[in-house]
Ligand binder design. Structure first.
Ligand code: ATP
Ligand code: MG
Length: 590
């Protein structure tokens, strides 16, 4: 059984299933306990040669009734309790997913995908087992145990006390082993997470592995993790097997004891002796004890599963209990009609867990409807500016403003709805091109999708695919070229139709002619919209209203292309260097 803040609610929510299951289980146990009774009486009738035909038929009928009750009872409790396990696992899965959707970027920076997937598979499976099997085991073990023991005690007190000994030993064993077992399970789950992480990363980056001819290196690394996983599994299995063997040994030794002492009582005591047993009583007694074997085995399984369940629930709990670092302020400003003016005021920002600030005392203003370019060396903080604008991280109050409202006071949803964003990594879902473009919409017609794709300059490419907009892309859109992926990402952002459009290095993989067409289209359609284009190539941004040159997290200068070229040596160097590179490309034939 599992208890904890995140699961206690299920006992209340599904009490009906638990109760019905437990009642059916108890009915089965009571019916089952009648079997030794009937066989015992029949044996006694046989040994005293008083067995009649009617008595035999009556008892066979009783057997039949018991079997029917046990059949339906077992079916009913299993349906109830297993159903309950699935309902709980389903609910937990839903809550975990909802929480993960809500959590901030820091969580995903800290936790790898493979480890997250392990929570949804292995950990959830164990928790489900705890709520189905282990509850059933506990009810069965306790009820059947007490019932069998009471009947044994009424039959013969001495033998009953002999049978009680292993129960006590079992309880002690359970307490001693449980904590150790939990540690072993935790280690096993950790090894599994590492393994699935490694496999997941390798599948995503298999192209890199092949290009660098590092298959053998990866194979060796996988082998190491696989071996570690195997060892942790073996360590855990070893302990589980040891526990179940100890339980079996206890049971076997007590059966030998009962057999010996019981035979002595049947053959060597007189019918008048207090401890005398008939052959039927001994048979009944052994049958009762056999009924105790299952509860005892169940208790040993319970020790194993509960320890595993606690460890898995703890891992799941760390997700469920985690709060998002990025959330709406208490005094959030509702109903602000955001238009798209953006201002950074002396912003300094440090990524969580990093010592040095990435953005240093940065200030700039982007007016509503302006088309602005951001340029700077790699690692200068351009993408960070966007991450902060879409509130992936918190910033200090009073340092970023949208329409003169402090971004930290605005509802995160409003801010994100205001901004359409083409991320630098161009992530696409493994779905059709149409569905990818329509991602932000409930419904988007093919005509509308094509309209956006035309602006992004990718419609022609898509129409050449055999399935056109119904083309399903492989994981991360691997069947498309880099430039096609970029342009489909742009179409997706355009379809969102927000007042601010941000392109983070989104035309870097297209040729300069296509780039010019896309930029031209964007400039023509952006109208009232604020347009921010982050780029490495000057050609991408030189015709925009203004350019922000950043370096090492600081704004170096802001102005139009000509002004910057005239007055800012760093900008002039970038332009000249790129001109030189372009000339070289023209001279050197490919
Ligand atoms: P590029 O032109 O290569 O895209 P960029 O200007 O967009 O570079 P950023 O991605 O903003 O640069 O990164 C700026 C700095 O912040 C880099 O030094 C980078 O290592 C660091 N950085 C980026 N993301 C994180 C993060 N999640 N945690 C810690 N540091 C980060
Ligand atoms: Mg970047």
């Amino acid at each position: 059984m599992l208890f904890g803040k995140s699961v206690n609610r299920y006992y209340f929510k599904y009490w009906y299933f638990f109760l019905m299951g437990a009642i059916a289980l108890v009915v089965v146990d009571i019916a089952q306990m009648e079997i030794p009774n009937i066989t015992g009486y029949i044996i006694d009738e046989i040994t005293t040669k008083t067995l009649t035909y009617d008595y035999l038929v009556k008892n066979i009928l009783n057997f039949a009734i018991i079997i029917v009750i046990m059949f339906f009872g077992r079916f009913f409790w299993r349906m109830n309790i297993f159903n309950c396990g699935h309902l709980i696992a389903n609910d937990l899965r839903q809550r975990m997913f909802k929480k993960m959707e809500y959590l901030d970027q820091t969580y995903f920076n800290e936790n790898k995908t493979g480890a997250q997937m392990a929570l949804y598979t292995n950990d959830l499976m164990i928790v489900r087992q705890c709520f189905s099997q282990s509850i059933m085991m506990l009810v069965d073990a306790v009820f059947l145990g007490i019932l069998a023991f009471a009947k044994m005690f009424m039959l013969n007190k001495v033998l009953a006390l002999l049978a009680a000994a292993p129960l006590l030993l079992l309880a002690v064993l359970g307490i001693l082993v449980s904590k150790y077992m939990r540690q072993k399970w935790e280690a096993r789950q950790k090894a599994y997470s590492d393994l699935s992480d490694f496999a997941q990363e390798n599948f995503s980056g298999f192209g890199v592995v092949k290009a660098f001819v590092k298959e053998t290196k990866e194979l060796i690394a996988f082998n190491r993790l696989n071996r570690n996983n195997q060892n942790k599994n073996l360590e855990h299995a070893r302990l589980s097997v040891l526990v179940s063997i100890c339980v079996s040994l206890l049971i076997s030794s007590i059966i030998i004891l009962i057999g010996g002492v019981g035979s002595y009582l049947v053959y060597l005591t007189n019918t008048t002796d207090v401890y005398y047993m008939s052959l039927g009583d001994l048979n009944r007694y052994i049958s009762y004890f056999s009924s105790l074997v299952w509860p005892m085995m169940a208790l040993s399984n319970l020790i194993t599963i509960s320890a595993q369940g606690k460890a898995s629930l703890q891992r799941i709990d760390t997700v469920l209990k985690r709060d998002s670092l990025v959330k709406d302020a208490k005094d959030v400003i509702k109903g602000a009609n955001l238009e798209g003016k953006i201002e950074f005021k002396n912003l300094t920002f440090t990524y969580p867990g990093v010592d040095e600030p990435t953005i240093k005392d940065m200030s700039f203003v982007i007016e509503k409807g302006e088309a602005v370019g951001i340029i700077g060396r790699t690692g200068s903080g351009k993408s960070t500016i966007v991450d902060l604008l879409v509130r992936l991280y918190n910033v200090e109050e009073g340092s970023v403003f949208i329409d003169d409202f402090d971004i930290m006071k605005l509802p995160i949803k409003d801010v994100r709805e205001l901004i359409s964003f083409v991320p630098q990594d161009n992530f696409l879902f493994s779905d059709t091109i149409l569905n990818n473009i329509a991602f932000s919409k409930e419904k988007l017609s093919l005509e509308e999708a094509r309209k956006h794709a035309k602006v992004a300059g990718v419609d022609g490419d898509v129409m050449e695919f055999p399935e056109q907009y119904e083309t399903v892309m492989g994981e991360r859109g691997v069947t498309l070229s880099g430039g096609q992926k970029q342009r489909i990402s742009i179409s997706r952002a355009l379809a969102k139709d927000s007042k601010v459009l941000i392109l983070d290095d989104s035309v870097s993989a297209v040729d300069t002619k296509t780039e010019a067409t896309i930029l031209n289209n964007l400039k023509q359609m952006h109208g009232e919209k604020t347009l921010i284009i982050i780029a490495h190539r000057v050609s991408t941004i030189q015709n925009l209203d203004k350019i922000i040159l950043v370096d090492d997290g600081k704004v170096v200068s802001i102005g139009k292309h000509d002004e910057l070229y005239e007055n800012v040596p760093m900008y002039r160097d970038i332009v000249d260097l790129q001109k030189l590179e372009d000339q070289e490309h023209e001279v050197i034939p490919c």
